[in-house]
Design a protein. Sequence first.
Length: 533
Amino acid sequence: MIDRIRELAEAASDDIAAFFTEDAGRAEAFSIRFDGMLFDYSKTHISSEARDALLDWAEASRVATRRDAMFAGQAINETEGRAVLHTALRNLGGAPVLVDGRDVMPEVLETLARMERFCEDVRQGFVQGQGGTITDVVNIGIGGSHLGPEMAALALSPYQDGPRCHFVSNVDGADISDCLQGLNPETTLVIVASKSFTTVETMTNAETARAWMAGVVKDPGQQFVALSTADDKVAAFGIAPERVFGFEDWVGGRYSVWGPIGLSLMIAVGPERFREMLEGAASMDRHFQEAPLAKNMPVLLALVGLWHHQGRGYPTRAVLPYDQRLSRLPAYFQQLEMESNGKRVSMAGEPLTMPSGPVVWGEPGTNGQHAFYQLIHQGTQVVPCEFMVAAQGHEPELAHHHRLLVANCLAQSEALMRGRGIEEARALMAEKGFNGKELERQAAHRAFPGNRPSTTLVYDKLTPRRLGQIVALYEHRVFVEGVMLGINSFDQWGVELGKVLAKEIEPVLESGDTTGKDASTAQLVDFIRANRT
Ligand code: F6P
């Protein structure tokens, strides 16, 4: 299948704008609308023929069957023998979801209800710190136990009406030190978010937070909460069972914001807003399950991704939200996409015959325009851009700011497609009085190749519901890409080796005994030992 896609990708017209002159219906035909969202992928090199071939590939990969297997609780994470059921966390109607013949929904809904009760108790002051009402919540976690709530709390900050939320992830002492500075241990609630409750960064930070609190309050344990699947380890840390919110191993770390890992977010914005986010995600789940492949937003987003990376060979893709409050979304998508689809063997353990996931990166607009967009417009490698923007902001009194923001977003995709031909650049330079060789030289610098592809996702406003939809859209996109690549998107063995070696090197930094280490590592250890006090 991939050979056919590559053939089409190589033969594709290099004049994206021509698609629009040839076909007045191009924009609509290469867009999908769902609920309050519009996904426009018309500014790409994808022709109807290419789209048909991509859809054939999706059919041949049995995307719909695999999707149904995921929602049905089958163990599609085959290397770990686990179901993949983050979708159950937002199945608020409670329709049964069976794992090994057992309906998991009663437990999911009971945990959600417990989270909501606890959250209200914190927000209304019934759960107190030893110095009174909780003023600050510190979520300690990393990767999937950090990025989701951190990203969403910032995205939904206009809805924040609870205690202030802070997020600590890095084992670098600077992170926790800066966070705790200025907080009152007597009115701070610490949430230790770790699925495994063994992650070294999280456990080191949790111990530091406990020691910080122990200096001031009598019983720090009372101001700690755990979010984890590992009850025994949580108990050993000294957190009371009524302060533990558990979940099952069928919730992957990078898919876990919908359940207990989202507790800090729920405390910040309140249970009602949190539910709206879940409902948004659930509506995207239904769309993914019910819409035909050709009209299915996550499927099309995946097909565009595969076309660009596996078909046309573009090595990266940029996620460019024109929304300052989505500034952590690119980092969140980095984990979601690169930890899921950055694999080198197929589900069967065979080396892949095509590239797996692309490098995903990005920053919010308009900031990026004044930094890396130069390369996107004129650099030698093509970066497919995924723009997103809301029709309205949250600051009606600053509507003119939002108009400028939207105008910039739309202008970028237009400029990437149209470019500026050499003739136009020459005319510009001639107007400025250049001629001859110097005109040619100056014009060359001012020409833009154009024909650079992008997609744009627009929506009415960044509400909790829309955020849920956007995140679920990308989750399912990653799933579809994984199925079509034949890989397991739900394990992450690639993060293990570095962890093992870090454990080995830590004592070497103390002893200085670099026996068995390569010369470069030994040199680095020696330098660090010689340069610390
Ligand atoms: O090291 C990678 C990873 O396992 C991620 O997949 C996960 O989200 C993160 O670490 C945190 O893991 P935990 O929630 O178990 O602390």
